[in-house]
Write a protein that binds this ligand. Structure first.
Ligand code: SAM
Length: 382
């Protein structure tokens, strides 16, 4: 009797279902009562930000986007930081002239000033030329597709706005030599170039096909004279130290991970596919090796930002903790974990943050602010 071919094989369980089952088991423990709302966010349409292309003739774009009610969340955060700095400076000045006397100041004013003086915000500045527009919380308007200017450069790049936080955490300074160890398709490399102060950018990615996408993005957004400051390579990032160790002021290690939003929603190229089980289980090891290579690529005093788009502590804090141990024990390198808690205060209007990370910061998807997940942690090589 004729048998349908599919009847002989066990029904395949969708990779998205496997992913959700895995997330339900592990993230309900890690995120507790927050998990149901994060889960709902993962399963709903993601929000985008429009990264303005400073190299395009696009002076009219801010006005166009503001008419739609979108705002540049980075300049808003930068203004907030400046306000805190002014309050902190006023606190210091007042303390200088009224040492021992609180006359003319209420207890509450004095407290606010002290907070502003001691807060990391006081010393932090989000001084960046990077501009990224987002719609307000709860507004799910979509941006129109990017358009070319007269020279063919596109006016903005649509990306998960939370992906800019690791780039901002790098705090680029004029003429910095920067390594983006896992750079393709290139959203964060493009954002690094938008600062306009990069001395040299080494953009590397092991995947040749994804590196092609990186080239395309550079060609669509960046003029030739700036592209000439970028070198694109396709090394295995784990071997970077053998190529150029200890030379970079800033290193971004944006590792391959379980890409939780993609894994929960798309069957295509899903790392929870049965045949990719081993690869998925090996991810924390690969991530650790890449982070170690990033640390070794940084100069003494240089800064490394590690990031993932996963909620998994095994791929986030645990990898950072292991790297700190190995750097100390095997390479005699001390690492300082930088405090990024001011990001939570500065960007709380745009993103939902998890408040219980042991190390680094984590943006949680939320129905009213559906960005992320995005984990980032900043290390300084001593
Ligand atoms: N930073 C990119 C961006 O913002 O567009 C996204 C990077 S994606 C999260 C991770 C990348 O790591 C992938 O493009 C993948 O090809 C690359 N990758 C995986 N294994 C690698 C390795 N051993 N060395 C270098 N890159 C690797």
């Amino acid at each position: 009797r004729h048998k349908e071919k599919w009847a002989a094989t066990a029904p395949r369980i969708a990779s998205t279902r496997l992913a959700l089952h895995h997330f339900d088991t592990s993230y309900s423990l890690h995120l507790g009562a927050l998990w149901p709302s994060v889960r709902a966010g993962l399963l709903c349409e993601q929000k985008y930000g429009a990264l303005l292309n400073n190299f395009a003739a696009a002076d009219h774009i801010p006005q166009e986007l503001e008419l739609l009610n979108a705002t540049d969340f980075i300049s808003e955060a930068s203004q907030k930081a400046q306000q805190w700095q002014r309050v902190g400076a006023a606190g210091e000045a007042a303390r200088g002239c009224q040492e021992g006397s609180d006359e003319g100041r209420t207890v509450m004013q004095a407290e606010i000033m002290t907070q502003a003086e001691t807060s990391p915000l006081f010393s932090a500045s989000i001084s960046s030329k990077i501009k990224c527009y987002t719609f307000p919380r709860g507004d799910i308007t979509r941006f129109r597709p990017a358009r070319p200017d007269a020279l063919g450069l596109l006016d903005y790049y649509l990306m998960d706005a939370a992906s800019l936080l690791p780039v901002l955490a790098l705090n680029m300074q004029p003429d910095d030599f920067v390594l983006d160890l896992c750079a393709a398709p290139g959203g964060k490399s493009l954002a690094l170039l938008q600062t306009g102060i990069c001395g040299h950018l080494a953009a590397n990615d092991v995947s040749v096909s994804r590196t092609k996408r990186l080239y395309q993005i550079l060609h669509s957004y960046v003029p030739k004279e700036v592209r000439d400051t970028v070198s694109v390579t396709s090394y295995d990032g784990r071997d970077w130290d053998q190529v150029k160790g200890g030379t970079f002021h800033k290193v971004l290690v944006d590792v391959p991970c379980t890409t939780d939003r993609h894994s929960a929603m798309e069957e295509d190229n899903n790392i929870f596919h049965k045949r990719r089980t081993k690869e998925r289980q090996m991810l924390p090891m690969l991530q650790l090796q890449l982070l170690m290579a990033g640390i070794l690529a940084a100069k003494p005093g240089g800064e490394v930002v590690y990031s993932t788009c996963s909620l998994s502590p095994l791929q986030n804090e645990c990898v950072v903790e292991r790297a700190l141990d190995i750097a100390e024990a095997q390479f005699n390198i001390s690492i300082h974990v930088e405090d990024l808690s001011h990001f939570r205060t500065l960007f709380q209007d745009t993103f939902s943050f998890f408040s219980d990370c042991r190390l680094g910061e984590l943006v949680l998807p939320h129905l009213t602010a559906n960005f992320g997940p995005m984990y980032f942690c900043k290390l300084r090589r001593m």
